[in-house]
Design a binder for this molecule. Structure first.
Ligand SMILES: N[C@@H](CCC(=O)N[C@@H](CS)C(=O)NCC(=O)O)C(=O)O
Length: 241
């Protein structure tokens, strides 16, 4: 008990590791995966609690102001604090936890990385449209929006293997779950989104090998994603041969 209080006052980050962090999650959510990948890259133990977003538990609605996952529950001396918004959670993990640094040291580069993390969220917006629409014209406009966005990503990439060279960063944690969607989408239709972006293709292949990325979802992820498309009567499924 005494030691616990010593740690509590000296290094709150260590307490967060001792009394484990809890990540309120969903099995398919790409925003959750960002946080999971960041925690795994740093070797931080945490408890993952997957919830059903179609039937949100009351305790979750009390905790999450926007009713969205992820939420990181952080134990502190004033009780548990519920952090929401995936990029905010990733920044908190980066600032408080030991292990590899996931942001550049240089402030301008760090700001650029944060901007590309936001760009990843914009890509997820288009992806949501692509995967949920029942309408062929909307599908095509989202497909074209994604082609254009990945052209911008291509221009921002260097020689790899990761976004910023040899060091895995939070930008990689944001894009890995984006690329994961295409493991299934590639099976369904020749969408052509990565046809003219060789650096993006190489980056995608590299991220798919990363242990933190691979273990950020369960083995049932492909079946769950397919079932999600079926529930939305997705146009994407109709393109399947
Ligand atoms: N901007 C949020 C987006 C999170 C988000 O959209 N989560 C989805 C699941 S992937 C969610 O919880 N949706 C439930 C809802 O909107 O009711 C973040 O970065 O954390």
């Amino acid at each position: 008990m005494h030691l616990y209080w010593m740690q509590l006052h000296i290094t709150p980050g260590i307490v967060a590791m001792t009394a484990s962090l809890k990540l309120i999650s969903h099995k398919l959510c790409p925003y959750v995966q960002r946080a999971v990948i960041a925690l795994k890259e740093k070797g931080v133990p945490f408890e993952r609690i997957d919830i059903d977003l179609a039937s949100k538990p009351d305790w979750f609605l009390k905790l999450s102001p926007l009713g969205k996952v992820p939420v990181l529950v952080v134990p502190t001396e004033r009780g548990e604090v519920a952090l929401f918004e995936s990029n905010v959670i990733c920044e908190y993990i980066e600032e408080t936890q030991a292990g590899s640094k996931l942001h550049p040291v240089d402030p301008l580069q760090r700001a650029e990385h944060r901007a590309w993390m936001e760009f990843g969220s914009a890509i997820l917006g288009d992806l949501w449209g692509l995967e949920t629409t029942t309408d062929p014209a909307t599908f095509e406009s989202k497909r074209q929006a994604l082609v254009a966005k990945f052209e911008r990503v291509e221009a921002a990439l260097g020689t790899g293997p990761f976004f910023a060279g040899n060091a895995f960063s939070l930008v990689d944690a944001v894009f890995a779950p984006i690329f994961r969607y295409f493991d299934l989408f590639d099976e369904l239709t020749p969408h052509g989104i990565f046809n003219d972006v060789p650096k993006v293709r190489a980056w995608r292949a590299e991220l798919a090998k990363r242990p933190s990325v691979r273990s950020a979802v369960g083995a049932d992820y492909p079946q769950l994603l397919r079932a999600f498309l079926v529930r939305h009567d997705a146009h994407l499924l109709k393109l399947a041969a």
